[in-house]
Write a protein that binds this ligand. Sequence first.
Ligand SMILES: Nc1ncnc2c1ncn2[C@@H]1O[C@H](COP(=O)(O)OP(=O)(O)O)[C@@H](O)[C@H]1O
Ligand SMILES: [Mg+2]
Length: 521
Amino acid sequence: MANDYMKADVKSPHTILDKYTALLDISCRLNSERNFDQLLKLIADEATKHVDAERATIFILDKNKGELWAKVALGVSDTIRFDARLGIAGAVLIAGKSLVVQDAYKSPLFYPSIDSITGYQTRNILSVPLRTPKQDIIGVFQVLNKREGKFTTEDEHFVHALANQAAIALENAQALADLEARQQQLIQENQDLRKEVEERFTTRTILGTSSKISDIRTLIERTAETSVSVLITGENGTGKELSARAIHYMSPRRNKPFVAVNSAALPETLVESELFGIEKGVASGVERRTGRIESANGGTLFLDEIGDLSLTAQAKLLRVLQEREVEWVGGRRPVPIDIRLVAATNKDLKEEIRQSRFRQDLFFRLNVIHIRMPALREIRADIPVLATHFLRKYAKEMGREIQVFSHDALKALTTYHWPGNVRELDNEVKRAVVLATGREIEVQDLSEAVTEERLTTPETEDSGKGSGEKQSLKDRVTTLEIQMIRDAMAQTDSDRRRAAKVLGLSHQGLLNKLKRYGLED
Ligand SMILES: Nc1ncnc2c1ncn2[C@@H]1O[C@H](COP(=O)(O)OP(=O)(O)O)[C@@H](O)[C@H]1O
Ligand SMILES: [Mg+2]
């Protein structure tokens, strides 16, 4: 290009040197400008100044729409847009070569509508493609109306060189703006998701009005602020994991991870590396992997089925809780950690200790707060609330207009003994919503297991385990009756008519029982 200047121009090398210096300076400033609009202004200003023109316009190619757009005037938010095949700009874009038109209105390529939009009279145009180093043409750069005489070859070279720098800067600014927009969108999405997750797992998601469930909600709320260990016991499907999540999402740790590990699902050979982490090369082909305990750092570790943890792993876990650090398998230095531990089991840990399958010292560490999830048959008064919740949920999901259970269906649901607890009830209702043909769930929509059972031998809570006392059948029935009546009264705010309905009794029948058991107030 320097050679071209030498041949084509009679100007002194000094002027050429000035232009190069100017270009270098502009290039520097272009690279430090991140704002797209500021860049457009900078490019236009420098071009008009150095080629002595009245105006400069930068058309950006919108590839998706096949259009060129530009600001009507720099610093104004209005833009003009037109088909990218039109006008001198279109011709430059298609040919990928610069074009000098000395008398615009005489050129067949000229597209006068732009002048009528901008109210500007174009005389002559120097138009060059904005080409990136990868040879992508991202737009067209035009300088309009040379103040004196015609655009020279030197002008063309200068604008060309400037356009090359401008293309890089514009592409970068655009990429940055896109990234920032994307990041902003991700941040927003992340906030929304977090909020949704938090709302999904507060104590409000633990349904039930029985005193047992209400007490659990209160206990979780009371301990939420602390980081003490919690042991959750209960049969499968009673809501142990639900409660563990509520504990985490109601605690100040809610913005840190909740990591759930099912100890029973971990093969004996992997349990230690999975929990504590493993260094590369401990055994051949072993890659370095962070343990799940460390992944929960700052948050909550939920160790499900902790009764199934091997004695070796129990010893290591105890160490983690005592020292507040984890030792990787094959690791040299322990890593400090800060976790809250919530453990769950459906086993009787005291029995496991007696059988030497569970460490007593670990048990004491875990059992700071004990939450016992009741079996569903212990909280029958909550069955209607839970069943209706699942009914509404699945009806909505499946677009069915079912809102209620028939009287008999609800009676069958409340009398069944539910060995699979709330999870089984959930599945039962889901199945019924699929099968139901009418607008309510009927007995025939329920599975045989549920409809065939009659409440003949009610179980009391924890039969056998708890106190160890043996009650007569009659006493156990009485205990259950009292509990159910209390729960029904609590659930209905002591509305006796509604409570009678929940219990499947007549109003008078309930009054008689209240009197007999001294529950009248
Ligand atoms: N009190 C409750 N209120 C609402 N849903 C419950 C309740 N208890 C259990 N569930 C639901 O029952 C299912 C099983 O609960 P989960 O916490 O996995 O039980 P566990 O861990 O004890 O086996 C889950 O879908 C859970 O949301
Ligand atoms: Mg579970």
